[in-house]
Write a protein that binds this ligand. Structure first.
Ligand code: MLT
Length: 268
């Protein structure tokens, strides 16, 4: 389905019961991916919940970033505002938010703003972190932006795949993830790399989170290793941490059964 919001034609999956009393889960994908990273969760949770899984601005089937009228520069708050606008459009007052990596940054950004905090019922952070970028990560993002501008998406996907997936999951999940990356417009990649490099360090905010929180890590995640998840679980009052074996950065896709069980036990 599509929604026209914030000057954007946003694609989203809307699955499961849509009755007023149904609990809603919003699934926020990571970078450089799209909503289909959640396909196993949508199958599993749409039997009991209304599941909303958007393609973020410029990703998947949501319209590409264009130089005006799109906001410049793009920030994590821009993505957060798009999600709140989508909820407004769907007349959804509040939801549980599940964010994978960048999706976790966005969920935290929605929670951080007083005006949008009431939209958040519970939080599930998957393979994410609260800290901002180090100087080294920022420099790497600059280099990757140059790579995409000069050489296109294929060498970028070649570089990202072994970082996103645990080696044992490459054969099973590699083609699907490569397709997600390569279909993304280079302008979206470049603008989002900049948005990620300039995002705020949110560590100090974790202690103020009052929503019930689950933190999920992939044992073999080299982008947001379990130590990043430990920080979130330690700082957020009452948060529970689950580390899933045999998963890299894309735990919901790499180990869907273990991911779904952890999420189900938390939401129940
Ligand atoms: C993601 O999966 O969303 C990215 O790894 C986020 C990042 O690069 O900071």
């Amino acid at each position: 389905m599509y929604a026209e919001i914030n000057g954007l034609r946003m694609f989203f999956e809307d699955r499961g019961s849509s009755g007023d009393s149904t609990d809603v889960i919003v699934f926020l994908h990571g970078f450089p991916l799209d909503h289909s990273i959640w396909r196993h969760q949508l199958d599993y949770f749409s039997t009991g919940y209304r599941c909303i899984a958007p393609d973020l601005r410029g990703f998947g089937a949501s319209s590409e970033l264009k130089k005006p009228p799109q906001p410049t520069p793009l920030t994590v708050d821009t993505f957060a505002a798009d999600i709140v606008a989508l909820l407004d459009h769907l007349k959804i007052k509040s939801a549980d938010f599940v964010g994978l990596s960048m999706g976790g940054y966005i969920a935290l950004a929605i929670w951080r703003r007083l005006a949008t905090r009431r939209r958040v019922r519970r939080l599930i952070f998957s393979n994410t972190r609260a800290a901002g970028d180090t100087a080294e990560t920022k420099a790497n993002r600059k280099r990757q932006a140059e790579l995409v501008k000069t050489k296109g998406m294929r060498p970028y996907a070649d570089e990202m795949l072994p970082r996103l997936l645990a080696p044992e999951n490459m054969e099973r999940c590699g083609n699907e993830v490569r397709h997600m990356i390569e279909r993304t417009h280079p302008d979206t990649i470049v603008a989002t790399l900049e948005a990620l490099a300039t995002r705020k360090d949110m560590t100090d905010w974790l202690r103020r989170v009052q929503a019930k929180t689950l933190v999920i890590a992939g044992e073999k995640d080299v982008i947001s290793p379990p130590s990043d998840s430990e920080v979130i679980a330690r700082e957020v009052d009452g948060a529970k941490l689950v580390v899933i074996p045999g998963a890299g950065h894309l735990t919901p896709l790499e180990q869907p059964n273990a991911f779904n069980e952890a999420m189900y036990a938390f939401l129940r």
